[in-house]
Design a protein around this ligand. Structure first.
Ligand SMILES: Cc1cc2nc3c(=O)[nH]c(=O)nc-3n(C[C@H](O)[C@H](O)[C@H](O)COP(=O)(O)OP(=O)(O)OC[C@H]3O[C@@H](n4cnc5c(N)ncnc54)[C@H](O)[C@@H]3O)c2cc1C
Length: 370
């Protein structure tokens, strides 16, 4: 008889694995999720105004991975949305990462021109230089620029987002704040970018739409009494092991939604406030699919530490301590047979959607060939 697979979690990791097992191995798959909806962190829904809301924050699909793009494209068409992030710096609207156009927005033209020439003379065009590396400058003008970007874009935003002094934040995170030697104002440069035309929840619904897949919502792992041959666990790895080595730390996010009787609230889907207010950014969701409504809905994003029972896990906090703790759980996981951990919570790793899908596709190949 064919194997029975249990998949914990109906986000992109779980749904990708479910589809592959059901379709290519013709095996039975039970997908459960503790939540009342599929989609995990990528869940979206249309509200009363017809606006597609990203419940857990703005999600923009972008990838250079051909296999992932092909896989996703089986379940949806995409629009050609290319993400830009506007930041308000000293009251001036400009785009980040800091690029050549930003120079001309925030500085007088003569200074902007001088900085542009020095950047071109010292760095390769189209390269992104992480801010902490960019700070290692001797030239007086470039040092001025480095300090400006550090102070106005990096310092306060990073402190708000991670809740610690920026020196304590891992290099992988600080690399996300670069100076971009380019006129390209987009946030991502990937070959494929866009938003699924009917939203992410519909994509996952389509992935799970297979006769071998049974979906059970409002169902926790501990509710499952029946037997299965393989377990794919996309929930938190520390929770699976009863937190026996301690809890893995996460940052959480609180989205405060507001509705306005006006067509648009701001000039862009995502506006960052690196220097002002306690929230980090404001999302205005109707931009993603160009939804028509006379009203608009925004979400102000406040970062906070994750506390069990109080809020959701969002970003793993990468540092030496959490890496050591994770490796203890990983060692335990490796001792189990036919139990596989994947996804952002199972691997304790920040994955963009394409990387989460790719990880599931790669794991499927391993399992198939085992
Ligand atoms: C604020 C934010 C913004 C993001 N923006 C982007 C973006 O713009 N572009 C991009 O590509 N990526 C983005 N991401 C990343 C994206 O959300 C992840 O790549 C994606 O959610 C990973 O999917 P997953 O299936 O691994 O995990 P999840 O989506 O978290 O799914 C895990 C599921 O498991 C369920 N679960 C956990 N434990 C149990 C249990 N014991 N029993 C039953 N069910 C359980 C959970 O309820 C959840 O539904 C963003 C992430 C965050 C936090």
């Amino acid at each position: 008889m064919a194997n029975v697979n249990l998949i914990v979690g109906a986000g992109f990791s779980g749904a990708t694995m479910a589809r592959k097992l059901a379709e290519e191995l013709n095996e039975k798959v039970i997908v459960i999720d503790a939540k009342s909806h599929i989609g995990g962190n990528s869940y979206d829904y249309r509200d009363n105004n017809g606006i597609m809301i990203h419940k857990y924050g703005s999600h923009i699909f972008h990838t250079n991975l051909e296999n992932v793009w092909q896989f996703m494209s089986r379940f949806t068409k995409f629009n050609t949305y290319m993400h830009k992030v506007i930041a308000i710096i000293d009251g001036i609207e400009t785009t980040i990462p800091f690029n050549f156009r930003t120079l001309y927005d925030v500085f007088p033209e003569t200074l902007a021109k001088r900085l542009e020439e020095k950047l071109l003379a010292n760095f390769e065009y189209n390269k992104k230089i992480p801010i902490l590396e960019f700070q290692k400058q001797d030239d007086k003008d470039l040092k001025f620029l480095a300090n400006y970007v550090y102070e106005k874009v990096f310092l306060h935003y990073t402190t708000k987002q991670w809740g610690v002094n920026p020196n304590e934040v891992d290099g992988a995170v600080t690399a996300r704040v670069p100076v971009y030697i380019s006129c390209d104002e987009r946030y991502f440069q990937d070959k494929y970018q866009g938003i699924p035309l009917n939203g992410y929840t519909e994509v996952i619904k389509e992935m799970l739409n297979h006769p071998n897949i049974e979906l059970r919502l409002n169902t926790k792992f501990e509710d499952i009494k029946e037997s299965y041959d393989r377990l794919f666990y996309t929930g938190p790895i520390d929770e699976y092991f009863g937190y026996k080595f301690g809890e893995l730390p996460y940052r959480s996010v609180n989205f405060k939604m507001e509705e306005y009787d006006m067509p648009y609230y701001q000039s862009n889907a995502c506006v960052n406030y690196p220097c002002n207010y306690d929230f980090t950014r404001i999302h205005e969701y109707k931009y993603y699919l160009n939804d028509y409504s006379e009203k608009t809905v925004i979400a102000k994003e406040y970062s906070e530490f994750f506390e069990r029972g109080k809020n959701e896990r969002y970003y793993p906090i990468p540092n030496n301590e959490s890496a050591k703790l994770y490796s203890k759980y990983k060692e335990e996981a490796d001792k189990l047979s036919n139990v596989y951990f994947l996804g952002r919570l199972g691997d304790y790793k920040y994955y963009d959607m394409d990387k989460a899908i790719n990880r599931a596709l790669e794991l499927f190949e391993e399992v198939k060939n085992a």
